[in-house]
Design a binder for this molecule. Structure first.
Ligand SMILES: N[C@@H](CCC(=O)N[C@@H](CS)C(=O)NCC(=O)O)C(=O)O
Length: 221
């Protein structure tokens, strides 16, 4: 059984959602983000992203990490593409063309959506959203999202899904990255088809099961 190192409150959500969709059993090995622990380098610290044992596995010191036999993957979106292809049935690609499109949407998520989306979420998480500086930062990030959201809206106003006319790993990868921008409700005002597609993705039983487990995990262990 593949082992996933991470926590529910991390980018591992992408992998846990996919695993729930395809009924894939993963052994989840709890590795906390160092910032969530008081003394991550202390002698009794729980396994975390600064633990020597974890850094030996992934020198980036970031979660999630997937280990499947000899294969070690240290990027959450690559983990999903691999799991979908290997175990995902119709959630993965049916041919090389679909494989290319799933890779393309995934790279679109990582390069065009994740940076500004994450900055928006952080502005809310760290209490800056009500300050002048925070509002300015959020407005800048919403503007940065404008062009990629227009592209996504153009696609989703014609199609219900990103690839192959069915729900696939491409939907999971893009939806999980775009989720960060939802911290700022108006961010999707100009993209009604994107908003409806995201709501449909997040209404899926596998997403909801993942979200319930995530919500049950303490933020500060
Ligand atoms: N591009 C990486 C980013 C991984 C990442 O930044 N993970 C965060 C948690 S979501 C982390 O482990 N941070 C390390 C830390 O804060 O100690 C991926 O998508 O897997």
């Amino acid at each position: 059984m593949p082992t996933l190192y991470g926590t529910h409150r991390s980018r591992a959500t992408r992998n846990l959602w996919l695993a729930a969709e395809i009924g894939l059993e993963l052994e989840l090995r709890q590795v906390w983000q160092a910032y969530r622990l008081d003394r991550p380098e202390g002698p009794d610290a729980a396994l975390n992203t600064r633990s020597r044992e974890f850094l030996a596995l992934s020198p980036m010191g970031a979660i999630p990490v997937l280990v499947d036999g000899d294969l070690v993957l240290t990027e959450s979106l690559a983990i999903n593409l691999y799991l979908a292809r290997r175990h995902g049935g119709d959630l993965g690609p049916r041919d090389e063309g679909e494989n290319a499109l799933m890779t393309q949407w995934t790279l679109f998520a990582a390069t065009s959506l994740e940076g500004p989306g994450h900055a928006i979420q952080n502005a809310y998480t760290y209490g800056r959203s009500d300050s002048d500086g925070g509002r300015e930062e959020i407005a800048d990030m919403v503007e940065k999202l404008g062009r990629p959201l227009r592209a996504l809206e153009a696609h989703l106003s014609r199609e219900a899904h990103l690839v192959g006319g069915r729900f696939t790993v491409a939907d999971i990868n893009v939806a999980e990255v775009l989720r960060y921008a939802q911290a700022h409700e108006p961010a999707l005002d100009d993209a009604p088809s994107v908003r409806a597609w995201l709501a449909a993705c997040q209404a899926r039983p596998a997403f909801r099961a993942m979200w319930e487990r995530r919500s049950a995990e303490p933020m500060w262990p």
